[in-house]
Design a protein around this ligand. Structure first.
Ligand SMILES: [Zn+2]
Ligand SMILES: [Zn+2]
Length: 285
C-alpha cells in the first residue's frame, strides 16, 4: 500500500506549504539527528512497558497484522501508565508507537485496533519527521530556547499540517477497521469510556459535524473564532474527523481501494481471493 492511496488532499496541500518554508526541513531533521530520537528511545525503555510476544501478548498481537497488511516496518510498541487516554507514534529513523493504560481502558478491543491502525498510518504516510516535531512542540518537551529559535509562525504551520495529517491516518483506520468502529473511536475520545458512550447515537454525533461547519461559515467573525480555537491543537476536532471519515467512505478512491485490497464486509480484515468465510470473524462472504 502507498501513502498516496490514503493521503487527504488537505494533508498534501499543507505539507507542500510546510516544506516550502525556508530551512524548516533541514532544521527539523537536524533536531531529530542531534538527539531527540535517542532521548525518546531511552525514555521509552526506562519508563514504559515494551510489548512483545511474551510481554502482554494480547496487546502486542494487535500490531503485527496491521504492519503486515499496510506493508510497513514494525515499530517498537509500548504501554505507558497514565489515566490520560492517548496513543502516539514517535521518531523518524527509530519509530515507536505508544498506547496509554487510559486508552486501553477506554476502548473496546476493536476500537483499540483502529487506534493502533491510525498510528501505523503515520508511518505509512511518512509523517513521522514533522509529526514528531509537532508533538514535541505541543507537549512542551522542547526547551524554551529551542522554542525561541523556532518562531511561532513555524510552530503554527507545523500544527496546521499536523491536524490535516491526522485525517489521512483516520482513513487508514477506516480502511483497516471500517467507518463505524473508527467513528465510535472518535466518540469515545470526545465523550468518554465505554460504559458512558456505548449507547451513543452515531447519526446525531455525525450531525454535529454539519452544525460545526455551519458555525464556521456563519460570517468572518465566527470563522476567526474557530480558527483561533484550533490554532494550538495538534488534532482536528472530533466532529471534523467524523465528517471527513463519512466523506471518505463515499469517495470513489475509497471504493477502488476496497476493490484493490479485498476485505471482509463485516470486520474489514483482509480476505483471500475466493474465500467463502472470513478467517477473522467467521462470517460468510
Ligand atoms: Zn494521529
Ligand atoms: Zn470478517
Amino acid at each position: 500500500m502507498t501513502a498516496q492511496e490514503f493521503t487527504h488532499p488537505d494533508d498534501a496541500a499543507a505539507l507542500k506549504k510546510l516544506e516550502s518554508i525556508p530551512l524548516l526541513p533541514t532544521l527539523t531533521k537536524t533536531f531529530m539527528d542531534v538527539g531527540a530520537e535517542q532521548m525518546m528511545y531511552g525514555t521509552n525503555m526506562a519508563t514504559k512497558v515494551k510489548l512483545s510476544p511474551t510481554q502482554l501478548p494480547k496487546l502486542y498481537n494487535i500490531l503485527p497484522p496491521l504492519c503486515a497488511r499496510l506493508g510497513i516496518k514494525e515499530p517498537e510498541f509500548f504501554l505507558e501508565m497514565t489515566p490520560v487516554p492517548n496513543a502516539y507514534a514517535f521518531g523518524d529513523t527509530y519509530t515507536a508507537i505508544t498506547i496509554t493504560s487510559g486508552i486501553v481502558d477506554l476502548l473496546t478491543e476493536e476500537e483499540l485496533i483502529a487506534c493502533v491502525a491510525h498510528e501505523c498510518g503515520h508511518i505509512l504516510c511518512r509523517h513521522m519527521l514533522y509529526h514528531t516535531m509537532a508533538s514535541m512542540l505541543v507537549n512542551g518537551a522542547m526547551q524554551s530556547d529551542i522554542l525561541g529559535a523556532i518562531a511561532a509562525p513555524l510552530k503554527f504551520a507545523l500544527l496546521y499540517w499536523n491536524r490535516k495529517s491526522e485525517l489521512s491516518c483516520d482513513r487508514v483506520a477506516t480502511f483497516c477497521c471500517g467507518p463505524e468502529t473508527t467513528i465510535r473511536l472518535m466518540t469515545r475520545l470526545a465523550g468518554g469510556p465505554k460504559n458512558i458512550t456505548d449507547e451513543i447515537n452515531l447519526v446525531e454525533f455525525a450531525e454535529q459535524a454539519d452544525q460545526y461547519d455551519a458555525i464556521c461559515k456563519d460570517g468572518m467573525w465566527n470563522k476567526t473564532l474557530q480558527t483561533f480555537a484550533v490554532l494550538n491543537q495538534d488534532h482536528p476536532f472530533a466532529s471534523v474527523r467524523v465528517r471527513e471519515t463519512l466523506r471518505w467512505v463515499v469517495d470513489d478512491k475509497y471504493k477502488k481501494l476496497r476493490e484493490k485490497y479485498p476485505s471482509c464486509p463485516h470486520c474489514y480484515r483482509e480476505i483471500k481471493p475466493g474465500a467463502r468465510f472470513c478467517t477473522n470473524c467467521g462470517k460468510g462472504l
